[in-house]
Write a new protein. Structure first.
Length: 145
């Protein structure tokens, strides 16, 4: 289940807090907190921990170095030192992956089937916002493989 709740004036708004919730059948992520089942009856809680530089007495400059989960680095900023925002890091990572694919050095970073399925969800979000009613989607034939 997904809920998209983004208001028009949320960007740079000092009154709107960042809140991310992803729910699945075996757990959920709320902001940086992860709760999940590790077996049929054992829920555990872990945190996504960001190492940020340039805070307090750190003189490395403001940047995201990496994100770890249960002591293991799960994301490393490949553009460390560029001082990109997290949104800019997402765009830069996609562009770098696309460049590698165009050179024949990597797999496509965002397969067309996944893009089509994501766009279908985007259309359903728009329909729900326009009509005020719930909108559902399924896994279409193009994304079934």
């Amino acid at each position: 289940m997904g809920l998209y709740d983004f208001t028009e004036n949320q960007w740079w708004n000092p009154l709107r807090a960042r809140r991310i919730v992803v729910r699945g059948s075996r757990g959920e992520i709320v902001d940086d907190d992860v709760v999940r089942l590790v077996d049929a009856r054992t829920p555990v809680r872990s945190a996504l921990v960001s190492r940020r530089t340039g805070i307090d007495l750190n003189l490395e400059g403001a940047d995201l170095d990496h994100i770890s989960f249960d002591g293991r680095v799960v994301y490393r900023n490949e553009f460390f030192g560029a001082r990109f925002s997290e949104d800019d890091l997402g765009v830069a990572s996609m562009l770098a992956a696309m460049g590698a694919w165009c050179r024949g050095a990597a797999a496509p970073p965002y397969p067309l089937a996944a893009a089509c399925q994501d766009h279908l969800i985007s259309l359903a979000i728009g329909e729900s916002a326009r009509t005020g009613s719930p909108s559902t989607t399924g896994v279409e034939a193009w994304a079934a493989s």
